[in-house]
Design a protein around this ligand. Structure first.
Ligand code: SAM
Length: 247
């Protein structure tokens, strides 16, 4: 991949692209991914399971009649991401990483009804509403996909962000969420590498952060299990998640 400037630090969204077999990452991401993988060889499977969870939650929300999606902490918009699993829907991807935004805009150039812009998931008021209206059209019921990003947000900003999203979303909107949970405790060296700004949560803590959002029937489950129609992948429940609704 060629780009005038290259990032000097790895990004989890682009490491994920490598683990999912994509082509949209830089040497620094590959090097970072190799370090993580050496500690926990399950990383590629773990993130395939998470991407499939994005697929099942997006299709579930679409099946409720929602055709506009806002994706927070989106990473790289390929490999089974939202617009690929709900063709025809309007999808706005967002992230805080400038390289991911530029990559995303290149990947989506010419893909109708999609866009990629900046939004800090810890403060959704940073979303450029003019871009949102251009890509999504006038806001109707919204599917908000906030998956793979909660670990980077502390408890109080997360609670406030989910409340702001609730206020922004028209009634009948849906929110898909997840969090990393204590299964990673089995790997203390890995946790040390994640640093002090990495936030793991229990199902109860994730549910509490939802505020007025109402969890759907399936509740919060390991992401491999949620909405899975058959036999889920047999993997340690590193991540848990679910879907909630604004009545
Ligand atoms: C682990 S990746 C998840 C990518 C994708 N959502 C998925 O699950 O496949 C986390 C992404 O969140 C982004 N990110 C981290 N903190 C963020 C924040 N406060 N707001 C928006 N994006 C953020 C990172 O740049 C990265 O692209």
């Amino acid at each position: 991949m060629t780009h005038e400037a290259e990032p000097t630090t790895p990004n989890s969204g682009r490491m994920l692209d490598y683990w999912l077999g994509g082509q949209h990452h830089y040497p620094v991401d590959l090097a970072g991914a190799k370090v993580f993988e050496a500690l926990l060889p399950d990383f590629p499977r773990m993130f395939r399971v998470l991407r499939d969870f994005i697929g099942r939650t997006s299709r579930y929300i679409h099946a409720q009649g929602v055709d506009q999606f806002l994706v927070l902490g989106a990473g790289v918009p390929t490999q089974g991401n939202v617009h690929e699993v709900v063709p025809g829907a309007r999808v706005l991807y967002t992230d805080i990483d400038a390289f991911n935004i530029a990559l995303g805009q290149r990947i989506l150039a010419g893909v109708p009804n999609t866009g990629y812009t900046h939004c800090d998931a810890a403060d959704p008021t940073t979303l450029d509403m003019a871009v949102a209206e251009r890509v999504l059209g006038p806001l109707r019921r919204l599917g908000i996909i906030m998956i793979g990003v909660e670990a980077f947000i502390a408890d109080e900003p997360l609670r406030a962000a989910l409340q702001k999203l609730y206020d922004l979303a028209p009634p009948g909107s849906y929110l898909a969420v997840d969090c990393d949970n204590a299964a990673l405790d089995h790997d203390p060296e890995l946790l040390r590498m994640m640093g002090t700004d990495f936030h793991m949560r229990t199902a109860e803590q994730l549910a509490a952060s939802l505020g007025p959002w109402q969890l759907t029937e399936e509740g919060i489950q390991p992401v491999a299990v949620w909405g899975h129609p058959g036999t889920p992948v047999d993997i340690r429940p590193y991540m848990i998640g679910g879907v909630a609704r604004k009545p």
